[in-house]
Design a protein around this ligand. Structure first.
Ligand SMILES: NC(=O)c1ccc[n+]([C@@H]2O[C@H](COP(=O)([O-])OP(=O)(O)OC[C@H]3O[C@@H](n4cnc5c(N)ncnc54)[C@H](O)[C@@H]3O)[C@@H](O)[C@H]2O)c1
Ligand SMILES: O=P(O)(O)OC[C@H](O)CO
Length: 342
């Protein structure tokens, strides 16, 4: 069934998801803060700032009026940076239809509260709406999705009907959507992999090779899963698209802003100049901050995250960080095979 869908956030990901929805025949209203950018997207059918050179469907119209964007829409998809989520939910909550299906596509935590995005949404939007929330996660660079290159993602929700509706809404021959009931795991895996992508980029920026990158991916997965499970994720989710799938995509892709930020840091640039040079959201930076605090709070060992925290926020030299990781006390590979593990 053709639907009217509001997509909140016209950065690369919101625009790419709007494009998938338009390919599926839906009418999309894309909300963007800047009225000039809204007009440019509607009239030129392009979003040159975030996805240069890509022609968008005429089924996508942009607006800078958030109330008009969501008013009477049966489906609202949120694709804003994590730091903007709470305020945006506050702004749009009064205009939401009571039976709206909410989907979010955001990979991060709220820094001050250390909450997942669904927790933030559920605090700002009435329960009868937010209890139907679904999240979309998985290996999906906007630059490839918008060019209709084969992509697989996962939609997760505690509400089975919301999960199935989200799958039907987004799935097409280029964009394959799996379902997963583990909303917490999909959110945590999607956010935490960005930390490891920063590390993988840094390793490349330092001139290290495949051995180092493979080590980061593997040991990185071990530590983000350890935290994820402590916070309520189900183990198979970290072995799935939102976990290992997105970890591989983000740690090895030229499109990844997190990988690129790490690469530039590895080459000796300072965080501020790196973020300025990239000019788009690099969620892994805040997520490293959040995860370092969460690891301490939950008593979970996350050595890679802690070293990255030092490089990002305490002026640690990346090479010194590598020495610190390689020089850790000898240990076992997996807690499950360790004789002390009960
Ligand atoms: N780009 C991708 O390929 C991709 C894929 C999957 C998930 N994501 C996730 O989607 C989320 C959005 O990322 P993106 O890639 O679209 O980012 P982006 O940097 O491309 O765009 C961010 C958008 O948010 C707007 N914005 C910034 N601060 C804002 C604020 N305070 N209030 C309202 N709007 C604000 C910007 O103007 C811009 O339109 C992130 O959590 C990211 O991890 C991105
Ligand atoms: O460009 P990044 O590093 O924000 O990664 C984008 C997506 O999360 C990849 O799935």
């Amino acid at each position: 069934m053709i639907q009217n869908v509001a997509v909140i956030g016209a950065g690369s990901w919101g625009t790419a998801l709007a494009s998938v929805l338009a390919d599926n025949g839906h009418q999309v209203t894309l909300w963007v803060r800047d009225p000039k950018q809204a007009e440019a997207i509607t009239t030129t059918h392009r979003n040159e700032k975030y996805l240069p050179g890509v022609e968008l469907s005429a089924r996508i119209a942009a607006t800078s009026d958030i109330h008009a964007a969501v008013h009477e829409k049966p489906i609202v998809l949120l694709a804003v940076p994590s730091h903007a989520m709470r305020q945006i939910c506050r702004d749009l909550a009064p205009s939401l239809a009571s039976d709206v299906l909410l989907i979010h596509a955001v990979k991060g935590f709220e820094l001050g509260t250390l909450k997942r995005m669904s927790e933030v949404i559920q605090e700002e939007i009435p329960f009868e709406i937010s209890s139907r929330l679904a999240v979309i996660s998985g290996p999906s660079h906007a630059e490839e999705v918008v060019r209709r290159q084969p992509t697989t993602v996962v939609v997760a929700s505690e509400s089975e009907s919301s999960m199935l509706r989200s799958q039907d809404l987004l799935m097409n021959r280029n964009f394959r959507v799996y379902t997963n009931p583990d909303l917490i795991g999909a959110e945590l895996a999607g956010a935490l992999k960005n930390i490891i992508a920063l590390g993988a980029g840094m390793s490349d920026g330092l001139g290290f090779g495949d051995n180092a990158k493979a080590a980061l991916l593997t040991r990185g997965l071990a530590e983000i899963s350890r935290l994820g499970l402590k916070l309520g994720a189900m183990p198979p989710t970290f072995a799935g698209l939102a976990g290992i799938g997105d970890l591989v995509a983000t740690c090895t892709s030229k499109h990844s802003r997190n990988w690129r930020a790490g690469f530039l840091l590895g080459q000796g640039k300072k965080l501020e100049e790196v973020l300025q040079e990239i000019g788009m959201v690099v969620e892994g930076v805040r997520t490293t901050q959040a995860a370092d605090v969460l690891a301490k709070r939950e008593d979970v060992e996350m050595p890679i995250t802690h070293v990255l925290y030092g490089v990002l926020f305490e002026g640690k030299d990346p090479r010194q960080g590598v020495e610190q990781l390689m020089g850790r006390l000898k240990t076992y590979e997996t807690e499950y095979l360790n004789p002390d593990h009960v």
